[in-house]
Ligand binder design. Structure first.
Ligand code: DON
Length: 316
């Protein structure tokens, strides 16, 4: 039986989640990228987009923050869209590493079999696969346009974040070249790394991320623009990846607790997809020790419970 979420009930639940958690001051902004440390820690917004294109919001949903690792989702989708899910599985993989997002150990352990585009190594590799091969500007246009189509609105690089991140991404540079050593990067390593760094530096709002999530939830058609962005058969693929590794080494705990396929970023954003039903995004900069937003996790967990959104709960 189809389950349509009532808009008024949705607004009430978002308001409740906001009120319940807005005073929670646990966690700390990411500080390994200087720009992120300077974002006001009290910002908090929750947005949700329904299949009819309605977006419901509470709090700071129009503040552009660094998309960071949430950008791994659109680039994985783009790589599957330009190639095929099978080619991505073969060249990158879809397995959780069970290790932190920027793990070099994971590459050393898995050098002869693939990982996933939703950790740094796989994301840099996915950037390397974006077409047109060898053409940095062309590849960037493809990534940028695809993200704008998913959001249904313009997004811009936060230049200060891009420079801050480029000046401090030593670990990611090692990852790019280690991938080259194992022939698991498919274009120039420095170019692929720069594309990854630039996509992480895009400024998005919680409202835009909710639309992106809803576009995935609606099988690739953006419910606000009604444009077909990607083939419906890719939605279950990307949702499976998010469910598997969206929170890195604590993904199992997250999925067990909320039943929501979701992807987090160190900018404080989390985007959750409930197939066919809703896209939800929450944003609050302070992170837990694993790099996931404390308040955004709590808000999404509460919303999942109140609206019965657990994707595994087909039993009632
Ligand atoms: O690669 C990095 O360090 C960042 N640009 C993105 C990391 C990130 O968001 C990890 N997610 N929670």
């Amino acid at each position: 039986m189809a389950y349509n979420i009532d808009k008024q009930r949705l607004q009430s639940v978002l308001n409740e989640a906001y009120t319940k958690f807005c005073k929670d001051d646990s966690g700390r902004n990411a500080d390994y990228i200087p720009y992120l440390a300077s974002v006001p820690s009290t910002l908090f917004g929750i947005a949700a987009t329904l299949p009819d294109g309605t977006t419901v919001t509470v709090g700071d949903c129009d503040y552009p923050f660094g998309i960071e690792s949430v950008s791994k989702v659109p680039t994985a989708l783009l790589a599957m869209h330009q190639h095929s899910p099978e080619e991505i599985l073969d060249k990158i993989g879809a397995d959780a590493t069970g290790l932190p997002f920027n793990s070099i150990m994971a590459i050393l352990l898995e050098k002869d079999h693939p990982s996933t585009p939703l950790v740094n190594a796989g994301a840099i590799s996915a950037c390397s696969m974006v077409l047109p091969k060898g053409n940095s500007d062309g590849k960037w246009n493809a990534i940028h346009n695809f993200i704008e189509e998913l959001c249904g609105s313009k997004v811009e690089v936060i230049e200060e974040l891009y420079h801050s991140e480029s000046a401090t991404n030593f670990n990611n540079r090692s990852i790019a070249w280690l991938l080259r050593n194992y022939a698991r990067i498919y274009d120039d390593p420095d170019m692929s790394l720069d594309l990854y760094t630039r996509q992480c530096s895009l400024g998005v709002t919680a409202r835009q991320l909710a639309v992106m999530a809803a576009t995935i939830a609606c099988g690739g058609t953006n419910p606000t623009t009604h444009r077909k962005v990607f083939d419906a058969k890719l939605s279950p693929r990307i949702t499976a990846m998010m469910a598997t590794v969206g929170f890195y080494e604590c993904t199992g705990d997250w999925l067990f607790s909320t039943g929501l396929p979701a992807k987090s970023g160190v900018g404080g954003g989390i985007m959750a997809v409930v197939p066919g039903k809703i896209g939800i995004a929450a944003f609050a900069p302070p992170l837990d020790e694993y790099g996931n937003s404390v308040k955004a996790q709590k808000a999404l967990g509460y919303i999942s419970q109140e609206l019965n959104l657990n994707i595994f709960n087909g039993y009632v």
